[in-house]
Design a protein around this ligand. Structure first.
Ligand SMILES: [Zn+2]
Length: 359
């Protein structure tokens, strides 16, 4: 029966257009005009994307299970103190799911690839906001509770998600209709100066991460005296931070494949490790958040800012709406050309490596 299913063939880096190239990955590329069925079939075939997909698809179910546990075990409808945790867990389901979908369908076309990763960036910025909402509710040290910083922390985090999504989308192609349009889909930054595009993307995710963690960094590394919330949860927070920095290091350096190009094409390249350590980091972050939530609950309910719909689900919904608007703006020239330029793309369906301006 299995022999009736013909798995699509894979290609080397020299056989696919430059936009699909991954640093120091030589083989295992899927066809750059794969059908949706081929993309789904590739889940069960070893390509250089297979483990990228599974390392985020399986954790989606783990976080979904955690979310359902919270919904079923806690009184989430009347206990607003649980809402920040709900938002965080929802963002923990969305970001690996968006990522695994992006990695699955990114080889359907050049345009699909860009749009897929725009959604991936939007989901990551939502996760960043989810973290900020829980930090404001459960993690912020006693000393900073009700401070001016605390009052403006979530509004600034919402603004950061807009900046993060826009900057990450910009890092792929530049500005829609100004630097790319339906006539020319040039890989603005990553082609002309690949390091600049990568730098912008790292900046797009590092900025909100560093901002969101200001209260935690203060609590763990700078605070002295009373009100520092020096409790047992700090060990979990330290583990999460160490894993977050390891994740960023892997993303930025492309190690280990840069040391031996071609040796880690299928198993063990930096993007897979980036996914795995990112998820383990999120797991420890979730454990820390839940522990702070439970142990600090009585004190926080008495002294902290009230938890409302506005500063939890409302902020998340606003952020999702704004991010989707940004993704739509960046995708519009690609969507428009997808119908107008269908013929052009079909005539170029052979997997032949070309320069950046292959459209
Ligand atoms: Zn990824």
């Amino acid at each position: 029966m299995l022999s009736l299913i013909k798995l699509p063939r894979v290609f080397t880096i020299h056989q696919v257009p430059k936009v699909f190239h991954e640093d120091s990955i030589i083989s295992g590329y899927r066809h750059p005009r794969s059908s949706a069925t081929d993309c789904i079939l590739s889940l069960f075939q070893l390509t250089n994307e297979t483990l990228n997909i599974w390392t985020h698809f399986l954790p989606t179910w783990y976080f979904l299970w955690k979310l359902l546990t919270v919904v079923l075990m806690r009184d989430v409808w009347s206990d607003s103190f649980t809402w920040p945790l709900l938002v965080f867990l929802m963002s923990c389901c969305v970001y690996p799911l968006a990522s695994s979908c992006a990695h699955t369908f990114s080889t359907m076309s050049t345009r699909a690839r860009h749009i897929c990763f725009f959604f991936d960036y939007g989901a990551l910025s939502l996760y960043s906001l989810g973290s900020a909402i829980t930090y404001s509710a459960y993690v912020i040290p006693d000393k900073w509770v009700n401070s001016l910083f605390h009052q403006y922390y979530i509004p600034i985090a919402v603004v950061n998600t807009v900046i993060c999504t826009a900057l990450a989308c910009y890092s792929r192609l530049g500005l829609p209709y100004i630097q790319y349009n339906h006539h020319s889909i040039k890989r603005f930054s990553e082609c002309k100066s690949p390091k600049f595009g990568k730098f912008l993307r790292i900046l797009a995710f590092a900025l909100p991460y560093l901002f969101d963690n200001i209260p935690l960094f203060y609590r763990l590394y700078l605070c002295v005296g009373e009100g520092c919330t020096d409790n047992d949860t700090n060990a979990l927070h330290h583990t999460h931070i160490a894993l977050a920095f390891l994740t960023a290091f892997l993303f930025a350096t492309h190690l280990p494949e840069r040391l031996a190009p071609g040796s880690f094409d299928y198993i063990g390249h930096s993007h897979q490790l980036f996914h795995v350590f990112g998820i383990i980091g999120t797991h420890f972050q979730m454990e820390a958040i839940e522990q702070d939530m439970v142990t600090r609950r009585p004190w926080l309910l008495t002294y902290s800012l009230p938890i409302t719909f506005t500063n939890t689900l409302g902020a998340a919904l606003l952020s999702v709406t704004l991010s989707l608007g940004i993704i739509f703006l960046f995708s519009l020239p690609l969507l428009w050309s997808a119908t107008r330029g269908e013929h052009t793309e079909k005539t170029q369906s052979h997997p032949i490596a070309k320069g950046c301006q292959y459209h």
